[in-house]
Design a protein around this ligand. Structure first.
Ligand SMILES: *Cc1c(COP(=O)(O)O)cnc(C)c1O
Length: 389
């Protein structure tokens, strides 16, 4: 184990015999065996090796090894999207009759999984509010098997105490799953606090340039064995090309995150006292309700800020239409700054009441701070605020 940056760059699972310096792309569905006996032994899992790209591929193995070093986890699988990872982590480890306790502020599609998909198979769930975390014990049922949380949450930027979650899960013998997408392993490593499974949408900051979809399920060998079994036979595998892109992206994650976070803090501070905004939320702003907790468990504040515009939905839409540089799209964690209006897009499937419970007001804007110069990002926002009055 070297430093984070060094491991992310130097750990490499695959080497061909061509003496290449940069990792090659292995576009091959299957891999050959030297003998009938070797084929038998590989299928019997007596020896390790590449069999078929639905199981593993040198590029996905590369990606997994780099991310495991970053997260401090033993093993994992890479999936075709973040949602395949969220779904797989639950579907592989739970069965009919089980119950999930989850934090209420979840990514929109994860909310759909819990409320519309898993109930079809007899897996139920209950949401806990972060403001009421002391009472989560009361939400546990005899059949509760999993605690699923997201911190910081999307888009509300609520922070859950990972140390508390690790202890709570251990006490109640729950599998703790943490969606670590917003923080990335560079800012926070949930496994250190007792998370059994860490999931990612690698589509976001891990890719960092808005090119490919990908997901990760990481954890200790024992649990990951069950996830691997599930994935091998249900087929959510990542494509070798996407895994290759994401493994390369891991090499620059630390420097990119440093810049995303540095600019985000400057921008959040700049707009904090703006009279056109009801609220500016960023984990490393002193005014964030969980500032101390964010400082304790995150290296930096992350690349996402929320701005609550005065004037509700119509103001938010006028503001968006006045932007000249910042992209209007549903992604985040890109080199390009992105603005999203959750109430009318990513979280539009939630009822107004559900949105209110997770702090998504009509005027809330999610800003994913990109790698452009922070002054240009600030200028674009300031202009659009002025023009949308
Ligand atoms: C985007 C996102 C996901 C889903 O990932 P995809 O790669 O889009 O499938 C899950 N969780 C969080 C927190 C996200 O931001």
């Amino acid at each position: 184990m070297s430093h984070f940056e060094t491991d992310a760059i130097r750990i490499a699972a695959s080497k061909s015999n061509q003496r290449e310096h940069s990792a090659p792309l292995y576009l091959s569905s299957s891999f050959t065996f030297d003998s009938a006996e070797e084929a038998r032994a590989m299928f019997a899992e007596e020896i390790e090796g590449n069999i078929y790209s639905r199981y593993a591929n040198p590029n996905s193995t590369d990606l997994i090894q780099k991310v495991c070093a970053a997260e401090g986890t033993e093993d994992g699988i890479a999936t075709a999207s973040g949602m395949a990872a969220m779904f797989g982590s639950m579907a592989a480890l739970l069965q009919q009759g089980d119950h999930i306790l989850a934090s209420r502020s979840l990514f929109g599609s994860t909310h759909q999984l819990l409320t519309r998909v898993f109930p079809k198979w007899g897996i139920s769930s209950t949401y806990g509010d972060i403001s009421d975390i002391k009472n989560w014990e009361k939400l546990i049922q005899p059949n509760t098997k999993m605690l699923f949380i997201e911190t910081p949450s999307n888009p509300g930027l609520e922070i859950i105490d990972l140390e508390w979650a690790g202890k709570f899960a251990a006490t109640h013998k729950l599998i703790l799953v943490v969606d670590n997408c917003f923080a990335t392993p560079y800012l926070q490593q949930p496994a250190k606090w007792g998370a059994h499974i860490v999931t990612h949408s690698a589509t976001k900051f891990i890719d960092g340039q808005g090119r490919v979809l990908g997901g990760l399920i990481l954890g200790n060998k024992e649990l990951i064995q069950d996830v691997q079994f599930f994935a091998r036979h249900t087929g959510p595998s990542i494509s070798p090309f996407n895994a290759w892109i994401l493994a390369k992206s891991m090499e620059t994650l630390a420097v990119r995150m440093d810049r995303h976070c540095e600019s985000a803090l400057r921008i959040a501070e700049y707009f904090e006292s703006n009279s056109e905004l009801e609220n500016v939320k960023y984990p490393f702003l002193k005014s964030h309700p969980q500032y101390e907790l964010a400082k304790k468990q995150m290296k930096l504040g992350g690349g996402i800020i929320t701005l609550s515009l005065k004037g509700g939905i119509s103001r938010a839409q006028r503001f968006i239409d006045q932007l000249q540089m910042i992209s209007v799209t549903a992604n985040l964690g890109d080199s390009r700054s992105i603005i999203t209006h959750p109430a009318s897009t990513t979280h539009s499937k939630l009822s107004e009441e559900e949105r209110a419970k997770v702090g998504i007001s009509d005027g809330l804007i999610r800003l994913s701070v990109g790698l452009e110069h922070h002054e240009d990002i600030t200028k674009d926002i300031e202009r659009a605020l002025e023009k949308s009055k």
